[in-house]
Design a protein around this ligand. Sequence first.
Ligand code: NDP
Length: 289
Amino acid sequence: MPAVRIDGKAFAEQLREEVAVGAAGFTAETGRQPGLAVVLVGSDPASQVYVRTKMRQAAEVGIASFPHLLDVGTGEAELLALIDSLNRDDNVDGILVQLPLPAGISEAAVLEAIDPGKDVDGFHPYNVGRLSGGKPVMVPCTPLGCLLLLQDRLGDLSGLKAVVVGRSNIVGKPMAQLLLNASCTVTTVHSRSRNMAEECRQADILVVAVGRPGLIGAEHIKPGATVLDVGINRVEDAQGQSRLVGDVDYAAALDLAGGVTPVPGGIGPMTVACLLRNTLTAAKQRSNK
Ligand code: NDP
């Protein structure tokens, strides 16, 4: 039986509707909208698209966004000064710094400068520590989106074998931690792993976040597994047309898996919806203080 196509786009729409209801309630109670500051340094076209999408969707759910689009020549000190002023701005509940930052600016220094309570990306060491302690406050958006999709499809994840491919700080590591917190048996594989296909074939849940088209094929997928494809890769087809694909051979996964997310329309929309959800969470937490 072919796999179910896990529709991240539809689920994200539902999530945004819930955030819109929550944001309206927050605004009625406090007299102001939840606020998201979006900081972009430079003019990387992909980053510009991401930032525009985030601000448009924020507006749609009743979250005010405050864009700070800075010249590529902006220095680290200037950026840190901006973060400091956003930390102190009461209308700002969430601060998002679009990555990657230009060479010469320390990502770690910038991310650590963000008030952990406004760290809607969940990258601050305080939030990383809270997640690993099993008491998360702000959870990174992409892994959170994956977790919500998995829980929606599978219910209780306890005892399931999960394999995460990729160990980045923004996707792979927090994903593995979330799955462990959900009582899965978790393995992380990466570029140095041996017997990757064998490891992946054990997985009831396979989350792939690498950035290599076609990395995961039939030999990596256990029949009936749930496969989440986080990868986003731009490729050219035989006609020279550019299109987006994930890291998973989608046709092979459809044949074998129990469920699989498409690219586009899978994890990407969930990431943005979770950013909005985190912003509302941050706003509520700040107003309760
Ligand atoms: P990184 O480049 O930071 O990390 C990639 C990881 O993949 C590394 O841990 C690397 O291992 C591992 N890797 C590389 N080659 C292989 C291989 N041949 N076999 C196994 N593992 C390998 O990427 P990100 O985590 O930031 O992003 C991953 C993908 O997800 C990208 O395509 C990105 O565009 C996409 N993405 C999508 C999002 C969404 O919303 N859908 C959000 C964020 C990212 P090692 O550590 O050993 O080098």
